[in-house]
Design a protein. Structure first.
Length: 352
């Protein structure tokens, strides 16, 4: 019998309990036993905690086009933890209270944050907990709006074990529903163009006919499903919380590249992603724009920075204005968020 390494799976929820419960139900059905699920709630205001509790007691019905109504899972043991802004007091549990609980398909650790820490720090809180209480060899960031193939984690682990220099691994990701289809690719690894400051999802919006079935080293991987080795975290640290949302996982992967760790895309592992269910509108315009500037300032060469600025202000800026104003998506607050993102991206420095 093969003994697979322990994986700590961190899922972040913010006002999206329906997707979260479908994700959990899918996850508890996978063909992999040695894992712990840490669900971090970023101070939701939609009664997410109540619905999660009902799910764990078997009272909440789960509906999905990917599997039957809840039949396999009857009850999940729930451990609730209060997360606080003071990191030294985030986990008011003894080691034995956590270590003595089951760490597989019938247990959920729920961290309730006292405010919304964003994607980066929200996941960091879950990772820090796992580092403190579990001896996991791998950590998996998993979006709460994903559904997993039963063998997705086994194939991720088996794949990364074949590449000792790979610090990060990611699956083939499909759209959950693309015009009624579930075989349209969203992500087959990320390629970066540092000259114009864009990240390109390989295969996005293409029908899967096997054209992305080859394992490939890529520039980066999406945080929707990102497997990372413990050694990598120990050497490069956690996600940069200054980003808050967007570009943080790309920054993480590039920091890994700088010390010799690669990113590997593993197509035998498959998940489906709702996309865009948590952050839209003003939030997207501000953070994506600001963090794009921060990322380029931090990782690009001087010639690349100059080229990016020329491209942005003479081409990309006008395209975005056309999109926001002339295509019927105009709202003064959205436009303000876009320009505020540009200003903060240029004038402010991230702390790390």
């Amino acid at each position: 019998m093969v003994m697979y390494p322990h994986v700590s799976i961190i899922i972040l929820n913010w006002n999206n309990w329906r997707c979260t419960l479908e994700c959990l139900e899918s996850l508890y059905r996978i063909d992999y036993d040695n894992f712990s699920v840490i669900l971090v709630d970023n101070h939701s205001s939609d009664d997410s905690i109540t619905h999660i509790e009902r799910y764990c007691t078997g009272e909440e019905q789960i509906f999905s086009k990917f599997f039957p109504v809840r039949t396999l899972i009857n009850k999940i043991n729930l451990t609730k933890i209060q997360g606080e802004s003071n990191v030294n007091h985030i986990y008011p549990l003894s080691f034995h209270e956590v270590n003595g609980t089951p760490s597989s398909k019938n247990h959920l650790l729920l961290i309730e944050n006292d405010r919304n820490y964003g994607f980066a720090e929200g996941n960091n809180i879950g990772i820090r907990f796992a580092l403190e209480y579990f001896s996991s060899e791998y950590f998996l960031l998993l979006n709460n709006d994903t559904i997993q193939d039963p063998k997705f984690l086994k194939n991720l682990i088996e794949g990364i074990l074949k590449y000792p220099l790979a610090g990060f691994a990611g699956p083939k990701i499909y759209y959950y529903d693309y015009n009624g289809r579930s075989d349209i690719i969203n992500h087959a690894g990320v390629m970066l163009n540092m000259w114009i400051g864009i990240s390109i999802h390989r295969g996005d919006k293409t029908l899967d006919i096997g054209q992305y079935n080859q394992i490939k080293e890529v520039d980066s991987l999406t945080g929707a499903c990102l497997l990372v080795r413990r050694d990598v975290i120990k050497k490069i640290g956690l996600l940069n919380p200054d980003y808050f949302l967007y570009w943080e996982e790309t920054d993480w992967c590039i920091r890994g590249h700088h010390i010799g760790f690669s990113c590997v895309y593993l197509p035998s592992s498959k998940i489906w992603h709702h996309l865009g269910s948590s952050a839209q509108g003003l939030t997207y315009q501000y953070y994506y724009t600001r963090n794009r500037f921060w990322f380029i300032r931090k990782h690009a060469t001087i010639p690349q920075i100059i080229t990016f600025l020329f491209f942005f202000f003479f081409m990309d800026l006008w395209y975005n204005l056309f999109r926001l104003i002339l295509l019927g998506k105009f709202h003064k607050n959205t436009l303000f968020a876009f320009f505020e993102g540009i200003y903060d991206g240029i004038s402010r420095k991230s702390l790390n």
